[in-house]
Design a protein around this ligand. Structure first.
Ligand code: HEC
Length: 524
């Protein structure tokens, strides 16, 4: 097909047969992508993902930049052509061809990624259909372009389709970007290329007496790892698993330590404390901005500071043991106080294991919830979703149903009640008897009951939600009497009461019992 397109650039005196072939293939492709979207959204659990499809899905965020770049380029070329009053006729058919093909690939990969994630996410569904619409209209624009070139016609159809394509592109790219929360590259690149948190940070495994430890590798590195790497290391060495290099200062190898960061002062100068920024930074008073580690972080102990200073003064030796460097007694004692590297390692392994367990537990819970969620989803499409990608907590919103949602609606949520942490049923026809079902949702943290017919009776149930942090009772009939029932909700931090029957006295009385709770009466 490529030759066909290249030939097209020649000036359009070409047989129609080739053009027809391109057109038919492109239309089939557009239909196929649309069908794929449909399958992706509605196939239930019939599609099983393999390692390969999972890998390809993860490539989506990498591939998607190709069609975006190319279509922006095409638009720029066309605009330049327009501005030159047609003196320059940009040849955009070939770039558009590549753009359309890469859009199809990005969409296919995106559909695979979608299958891995939380399929009830509205954003993901919108983003998928936006991208499919972009791909389809982009294909039509491409066809309009080659046919216009062929016939030499000056019809505006191509221009119009191109503008629509760009609009769809902007919209769907924005949706996709928002979903990934800022950095669309990081997590995927590290997942695909293995630089992420999966790759465990390795400290040397040793079980040695303090004086036999290697000064840099087994004493200094563990100290810096514990107190500094979090903000001064690449992803592979960073305990958080994420790249974070503050002040442009990398602390994970000798060369970078000597070089220093954005100030251009050496981080360390072997044998010369005064010309070692680290020494300066760790000795500053804690409340100084430049004090390291920053005030709110786990601070270095006096013995750790002494060890770092002694190491620098001794010429910052690497590859030699403590004993070989004749440490004074206080340094030996200081090193003995440090957590030995082998223990640190064990701690890290335990932490990693705990994290993996929590993850596995969340996954198991999600698998268990799956059926119940599908069931609830049938009654309330798109109202129930996971709080985040790797959580098994659920949030439910009745915003789109309003008065159609009532007490029976709340009852229908009971199969997943244990997993719901957020319930948004404001402005619905829910009453006190519907709220009574909340007794079976013991993990609720946020509840919106504003503009409903609930009364003080509902607060009997609410008062038994130990995790509750946020409660909205705006425009309800609750009174000061009811507020008294909330006194035991020690985690409550936000309570909204405007246009209810509660008064300032009632709110003040509650505030006295729950001093950390912000109670909003809407008076001022
Ligand atoms: C919580 C994050 C954090 C931790 C932990 C941390 N730093 Fe920093 N560090 C910063 C930030 C932010 C800057 C940049 C300050 C600036 O540019 O104003 C910085 C800058 C520095 C600089 C100056 C670099 C230059 O050339 O400008 C040094 C030296 C430094 N840190 C040493 C350390 C040491 C030693 C530790 C561990 C004991 C440490 N930092 C731990 C956040 C951190």
């Amino acid at each position: 097909m490529t030759e066909e397109i290249e030939a097209l650039e020649g000036g359009g005196k070409h047989g129609t047969a080739g053009l027809m072939l391109v057109t038919v293939s492109a239309l089939i492709m557009a239909v196929a992508v649309t069908v794929l979207g449909y399958i992706t959204q509605f196939a239930g659990d019939k599609i099983v993902l393999t390692d390969l499809t999972e890998f390809l899905g993860n490539l989506h965020p990498v591939v998607l930049h190709l069609p975006i770049g190319i279509f922006v380029l095409v638009l720029a070329m066309e605009l330049t052509g327009l501005l030159s009053f047609d003196k320059w006729r940009p040849q955009t058919s070939f770039p558009m061809f590549v753009g359309v093909v890469s859009a199809v690939v990005a969409t296919i990969f995106g559909c695979l990624l979608f299958r891995q994630g939380d399929r009830s996410l509205d954003e993901a569904i919108w983003h998928m259909w936006g991208s499919i619409a972009f791909t389809v209209v982009g294909t039509l624009a491409f066809l309009a372009k080659i046919w216009a070139d062929h016939s030499g016609s000056k019809s505006p159809i191509y221009g119009i389709l191109l503008v629509v394509t760009m609009g769809l592109l902007g919209w769907s790219a924005h949706g996709g970007g928002e979903m990934t929360h800022g950095d669309p590259f990081g997590p995927y690149i590290s997942k695909v290329f293995g630089t992420g948190p999966e790759k465990p940070d390795t400290l040397p495994v040793v079980a040695k007496a303090p004086e036999d430890r290697l000064v840099y590798e087994e004493i200094i590195v563990p100290i810096l790892h514990g107190k500094c790497y979090e903000c001064h290391a690449d992803a592979d060495k960073n305990p958080s698993g994420k790249k974070k290099i503050k002040g442009k200062f990398v602390m994970t190898d000798m060369e970078s330590l000597k070089k220093g960061g954005s100030s251009d002062e050496p981080g360390i100068t072997p044998g010369d404390l005064e010309n070692s920024y680290i020494h300066y930074a760790i000795h500053l008073p804690v409340d100084e901005d430049e004090h390291m580690p920053p005030e709110d972080k786990d601070q270095l102990g006096a013995h750790e500071i002494a060890i770092i200073d002694w190491w620098i003064t001794s010429g910052a030796p690497v590859g030699t043991t403590l004993k070989e460097n004749n440490p004074p007694a206080e340094i030996l004692q200081g090193v003995a106080k440090l957590v030995p590297p082998e223990e640190l390692l064990a701690k890290q392994a335990a932490a990693a294991e705990a994290a993996a367990k929590a993850q596995a537990a969340a996954e198991a819970k999600r698998a268990e919830l799956g059926k119940a969620i599908d069931e609830v989803g049938k009654s309330f499409p798109n109202a129930l979703r996971y709080v985040s990608q790797d959580s098994s907590d659920l949030t439910f919103t009745a915003v789109s149903m309003r008065k159609d949602f009532g007490d029976e609606g709340v009852e229908k949520l009971l199969p997943v009640g244990n997993a719901i942490v957020e319930l948004e049923i404001g402005a619905t026809s829910v009453t006190d008897s519907g709220v009574a079902h909340l007794a079976s949702m013991p993990h609720l943290q946020r509840v919106k009951l504003n503009e409903t017919a609930v009364t003080d009776a509902a607060l009997d149930t609410i008062s038994k939600l130990p995790e509750l942090e946020y409660l909205n009772l705006v425009s309800t009939a609750v009174t000061d009497e009811g507020l008294k029932k909330l006194e035991g909700l020690s985690k409550l931090r936000k309570l909204y009461l405007w246009q209810s029957k509660a008064t300032k006295e009632g709110a003040d009385a509650l505030k006295a019992k729950l001093p950390e709770c912000e109670i909003n009466l809407g008076l001022d």
